[in-house]
Design a protein around this ligand. Structure first.
Ligand code: UDP
Ligand code: MG
Length: 315
C-alpha cells in the first residue's frame, strides 16, 4: 500500500522539560497506532520546535531525534514566541498532511485520528474545537468568551474556541506560506487562506505538567495582535468619535456664546473649561495611542525581518 498519506505533527515547545517526554511517548504511540491501522504511511514524522528554551527541553528533544527516526528536533536561535515557533515547524515539513498541537497534552492527540478521517472525506483544514472551557480558570473563560464575541462583532473570522490544534493539507499549508506578514496570528490567517474546512470537537484537558507559557501579559498582547492584524475598526472608531465630538463641540460653542452674549451671569466657570479640556484631551491621547499601535505594526512589517532562525535541526 504505497498510497497512504504521510502525516507530520508539529509541536512548539518552550521550557517544556516537565512534560515533553510524556508528549513524545504519547505522539510516538499515536503514530504507530495510526500506521498499524493503515491510516498513515510509515514515513510520518514528529517535528518538535524548541523555541529558545532555557531548561532541558532541547537536550531531551535532540536525544529523542538522534535515537528515534520519526522525530525531528528543530532548535530556534532564541525565543520567538508560540506563533513563530509553530510557523517554523509548519514550514519545515514536507508531508501530505500537517497537524499542529501544543506540547502540554491539553489537546487530545487521539482526536488526530478523527481529523485524518475528515481529511480523507475531502476537507483541507480541520479545526480542533474545545467543547467546553471547564479546564480553564474563571478569568480565562470569561475573557476568552468576550474576546471571541468582540472579534466577531468586528467582523473578524475566527473559529469559536479553536486555538492552534488543527490539521492542514499540503495545499492549504502552501497557501498559508504565501502570507508574508511578520505579525503572525495563525488562527486568523488560516481562515483567510480558505479551502474546505470542518470542525471536530474535543474536551480540553488540564496541562499534564509544567506551567502555562502564556501569562496574562502575553495573553493580552496576543489578543491585541489578533485584533489589530485583522481589523481596522479601531481606526474607524476614532474617525467616528472625532466626528461626534466635533458636532458636540459646535453645540457647546453655541451654548457658550449664548450665555456670553445674552445673559448677565458670565461666571468664570472652571467646569465648562475643565471638562471639555479633560474630555477632548483624553480622547486625543487615546486616539493617538491607537493610531500609534497601527503605525508600530507598519513599522514592524516594513522591516521585513525574518520570523525565526533555525540554529540546528536533528533528523
Ligand atoms: N510556546 C512556545 N513559545 C512561547 C510560549 C509558548 O513555543 O514563547 C508553546 C508552549 O510550549 C506550548 C504552546 O506554545 O506548547 C502553548 O502554550 P501554553 O500551553 O503554555 O499556553 P496555554 O495552553 O496555557 O494557553
Ligand atoms: Mg497549554
Amino acid at each position: 500500500m504505497n498510497n497512504l498519506i504521510s502525516l507530520a505533527i508539529v509541536v512548539p515547545c518552550y521550557n517544556e522539560a516537565a512534560v515533553i517526554e510524556q508528549t513524545l511517548a504519547a505522539l510516538q504511540n499515536l503514530l504507530s497506532h495510526l500506521s498499524t491501522a493503515q491510516k498513515i504511511s510509515q514515513d510520518s514524522k514528529l517535528y518538535f520546535v524548541d523555541d529558545g528554551s532555557c531548561d532541558a527541553t532541547w537536550d531531551i528533544l535532540s536525544q529523542a531525534a538522534t535515537t528515534q527516526p520519526q522525530v525531528t528536533a528543530i532548535k530556534l536561535s532564541t525565543n520567538k514566541g508560540h506563533q513563530n515557533a509553530l510557523y517554523a515547524g509548519l514550514v519545515s515539513t514536507d508531508e501530505d498532511v500537517v497537524v499542529s498541537i501544543d506540547a502540554d497534552l491539553q489537546d487530545d492527540p487521539a482526536l488526530i485520528e478523527t481529523m485524518l478521517d475528515q481529511f480523507q472525506v475531502g476537507y483541507d483544514v480541520v479545526y480542533g474545537v474545545r467543547s467546553s472551557r471547564a479546564s480553564d480558570s474563571f478569568m480565562k473563560r470569561v475573557s476568552a468568551e468576550k474576546y471571541y464575541r468582540c472579534m466577531q462583532w468586528l467582523g473578524i473570522d475566527l473559529v469559536y474556541n479553536h486555538a492552534d490544534f488543527r490539521l492542514m493539507s499540503r495545499a492549504a499549508l502552501d497557501a498559508l506560506k504565501e502570507y508574508p506578514e511578520s505579525n503572525l496570528f495563525l488562527r486568523g490567517l488560516v481562515r483567510k487562506v480558505g479551502f474546505k474546512s470542518t470542525v471536530v470537537e474535543y474536551e480540553r484537558a488540564e496541562r499534564q505538567a509544567g506551567e502555562t507559557k502564556y501569562p496574562l501579559r502575553k495573553m493580552l498582547s496576543f489578543a491585541w495582535e489578533g485584533l489589530s492584524s485583522f481589523s481596522v475598526v479601531p481606526l474607524r472608531a476614532i474617525t467616528v468619535l472625532g466626528f461626534v465630538a466635533s458636532w458636540l463641540s459646535v453645540f457647546v460653542i453655541i451654548w457658550v456664546l449664548g450665555i456670553r452674549l445674552f445673559t448677565e451671569d458670565v461666571v468664570p466657570g472652571w467646569a465648562s473649561i475643565l471638562l471639555p479640556l479633560l474630555f477632548f484631551g483624553s480622547i486625543q491621547l487615546l486616539s493617538l495611542g491607537i493610531i500609534g499601535e497601527y503605525i508600530a505594526k507598519i513599522y514592524n512589517e516594513v522591516k521585513r525581518r525574518p520570523r525565526f532562525h533555525i540554529e540546528k535541526t536533528i533528523h
